[in-house]
Ligand binder design. Sequence first.
Ligand SMILES: [Fe+2]
Length: 197
Amino acid sequence: MAVEFKNFPLEGKLKGISDRQLQEHRDVLYKGYVSQYNSISEALKKADSSKANPHFSEWGELKRRETWAHNGALLHQMYFENLAENGTTKPGDKVRKLIERDFGSLDAFKKELLDAGKVAPVGWAVWAYSVLDKKTHVFLLEQHMNHTPIGVIPLLILDVFEHAYFLDYATKRGDYLNAFWEFINWNAVEQRAAMVP
Ligand SMILES: [Fe+2]
């Protein structure tokens, strides 16, 4: 089944993100990942896996790109889903409990999340629940798939690729990170947290 692009109408709602920045990111880049993932999925149906080898095969190259496009589409979908007009949402009960248990306070969580956002040159910071130790952590993802943890439930997605902020902030990533904190859609995060046991 083909993956669908989801439109998130956030024009004029995010303080610190211009409509042009939003539209380039959502309508070109995110939409592009959805399209690439669907194209790769179709191509894989016709490619011959029996020719797979460690060096080169069409099927092998498609499999490598499949994860890139899959994660690029899903991470962007979740990123835009966890954005909302400034001041319209607050952390819910379950999110607050998880944050206080695992980070001590909302301020400590904010610091770790935004500090993590300064690390990856191209990638993501992801707050997620781990089935390994049954706690939540801020993980780093480089590109869309390097250092990707398995066995996690992603709760909050922060895009720190330059394409997410460069039109508005140029090299001032810290200012983008501070703006991001103010337009998190905590309702979306709370819904995801319902899956945490
Ligand atoms: Fe992005």
